[in-house]
Design a protein around this ligand. Structure first.
Ligand SMILES: [Zn+2]
Ligand SMILES: [Zn+2]
Length: 558
């Protein structure tokens, strides 16, 4: 395929993934088909017509929720691992209910008929594929799922398109969580032509070990709430974050480190999702083998998905429960995750005035949601009650945030890129800042990092000069990000340079000369921030205490 075109359908700087691979007559495929979640709004991106295949990486809505809208106009094959395909059905039905109840707005129309049609076509066209299984599609395309360690069933992909090889990470996690083992990175294609990487935590150099720290802190809070006879509210449901909390809690209770306390979940979605977890908690899907054993051999150990551990509430039992919620300890795992729609705001309203109660937010809150406002420290919020009345409510309960979403952070992403050693790497699925950080890092001799909007350059202009100019633009942007003044100086110096013959060394030299204009203190600050990124580069190569020599050589000292 010589005329392969890449098109990132989700705007840069937003979480979500939907990538159009256009191989002309040979194939038209989508890698994921996510939507953008903003406040109480779902925004479906413009999807090109004539898609033949969709490869879904995992069941989160930002990777699959455009499906009902796509299937209105066509019948592409839909690939996914068995857990992913199960999650998709339940989550999309839930999304549709939220749209119907007007808890969610959407830029495209979705009717009951559309949803029935979606379910019919989805069942007809879904293609369950196991991890590592190699699939050929019409000679021109071969692909393979590789476990990504992000949620149950989540996979990245290897793709071979005649003469081009592509690795797509999906959402990827390279460390152990309570539930999953890390991504199977050894099985991704080495030296691919193109790597498409997520960059969610691309700007989180401090994220190391925070998953296990977050876990311990979270358990301590729950212990405290049990001692205080006070309730804990955990808004859900973004797949997996809750299960991460849940499996840990169940284990601690089973092994007697935490007193047995009722855990409640609510709604059909939670019950269905737990059923999928129960079914697929096996090592084949990158589940921690110890945990998988607990679930599959429940006669000798304990079935943590058993209802002795977790109670599903229905509409009437919720009302009863809410009456007495402040009278004892209990852990309530309730949708929606960002406290936007669902029952979680109602629960919160009941416990808001109880200074011993806890609200635990697990991970990233979507922009412009109640969850985000509370995370940012807002103490008075408008909360709906069961009677539909909305009141300004003071939050006297304790609010905590724990980042339990499983994404590789800056250093681990750098390691992954260096390990796979692609010719080109695109960073997407991140904030503007995290993408800026990831593209401004030097990965090695010949690896060039691109942002989504640079596909044209990446696919067409592979001349040395074109790449060097890009290299220059990336450093320019990194400088601008750190200080607009630095960027001005850089641009003045740039006026004397002939861009048609510029080399990488010239660019590095320009950066150095720019820094010369800065006061020593500011230069030190700049170097430190660049070095913080650089110091992770060598973390995979052993325990050398100094920062990467290659990095230092590049920076030089005048
Ligand atoms: Zn995602
Ligand atoms: Zn995800």
């Amino acid at each position: 395929v010589n005329d392969l075109k890449l098109d990132f359908l989700i705007p840069e700087g937003t979480m979500g993934s939907s990538i159009f691979l256009n191989g002309g007559d040979a194939f038209k495929i989508l890698l994921d088909c996510g939507v953008i979640h903003y406040g109480n709004e779902i925004i479906v991106p413009q999807i090109p017509a004539g898609i033949n295949q969709i490869f879904i990486s995992h069941g989160h809505l930002d990777h699959c929720a455009a499906l009902p809208f796509i299937l209105k106009y066509g019948e592409p094959e839909i690939f996914g691992t068995p857990p992913t395909l199960s999650f998709i059905e339940y989550l999309l039905l839930d999304m549709w209910n939220l749209i119907k109840r007007c808890d969610l707005k959407c830029n495209m129309k979705l009717t009951d008929d559309d949803m029935q049609h979606f379910l019919r076509v989805f069942h007809k066209m879904k293609r369950p594929i196991e991890p590592y299984q190699s699939v050929n599609i019409e000679n021109s395309l071969r692909f393979q799922y590789i476990p990504a360690g992000h949620i149950l069933g989540a996979c990245g992909m290897n793709l071979w398109l005649n003469d081009k090889s592509i690795v797509y990470t999906g959402d990827i996690c390279t460390y152990n969580t309570n539930y999953l083992v890390p991504a199977a990175r050894d099985y991704f294609i080495r030296n691919p032509d193109i790597l498409i990487s997520e960059a969610t935590y691309g700007n989180k150099t401090e994220h190391i070990d925070s998953f296990s720290t977050a876990n311990i802190n979270l358990l301590n809070i729950i212990k405290q709430s049990i001692q205080d006879d006070a309730p804990t509210i955990i808004p859900a449901y973004a797949l997996q974050r809750v299960e991460e909390v849940y499996v840990r809690l169940a284990r601690e209770m089973h092994e007697g480190r935490i007193p047995k306390t009722p855990i409640y979940t609510d709604g059909r979605l939670a019950t269905n999702v737990l059923r999928v977890f129960r079914k697929f908690t096996v090592p084949e899907y990158n589940v921690n083998p110890d945990l998988a054993m607990r679930v599959t051999q429940s006669d000798t150990l304990v079935d943590i998905f058993d209802d002795t551990f977790i109670t599903s509430l229905n509409k009437t039992s919720i009302l009863d429960k809410l009456q007495t919620i402040n009278e004892g300890s209990g852990i309530f795992i309730v949708p929606a995750g960002s406290l936007q729609g669902g029952y979680s705001p109602l629960y919160l309203k009941e416990v808001a005035g109880n200074p011993k109660a806890h609200l635990i937010l697990v991970g990233h809150q979507f922009p412009d949601t109640l969850g985000e406002r509370i995370q940012q420290g807002k103490k008075t919020v408008a909360l709906p009650g069961f009677d539909g009345r909305i009141d300004e409510t003071n939050l006297e309960c304790q609010v905590h945030t724990f980042h339990l979403s499983a994404h590789a952070h800056t250093g681990q992403l750098i390691d992954l890129v260096k390990f796979l050693n692609p010719k080109t790497v695109f960073f997407q699925h991140g904030t503007q800042r995290s993408i800026n950080t990831m593209v401004s890092i030097r990965y090695g001799m010949d690896i060039i990092a691109f942002r989504p909007r640079e596909t044209e350059i990446a696919m067409d202009d592979t001349s040395a000069t074109g790449l060097n100019v890009l290299y220059l633009q990336q450093r320019q942007e990194a400088l601008r990000l750190l200080s607009p003044r630095l960027a001005d100086i850089f641009n003045k110096l740039l006026k004397d340079i002939d861009l048609t013959t510029i080399a990488k060394a010239d660019v590095d030299n320009l950066v150095e000369r720019t820094l010369e204009y800065q006061k020593d203190r500011e230069r030190a600050k700049f170097r430190k921030s660049m070095q913080r990124v650089g110091s992770y580069v060598q973390s995979s190569k052993g325990n050398r205490p100094t920062s990467d020599p290659e990095w230092r050589r590049g920076r030089g000292s005048h």
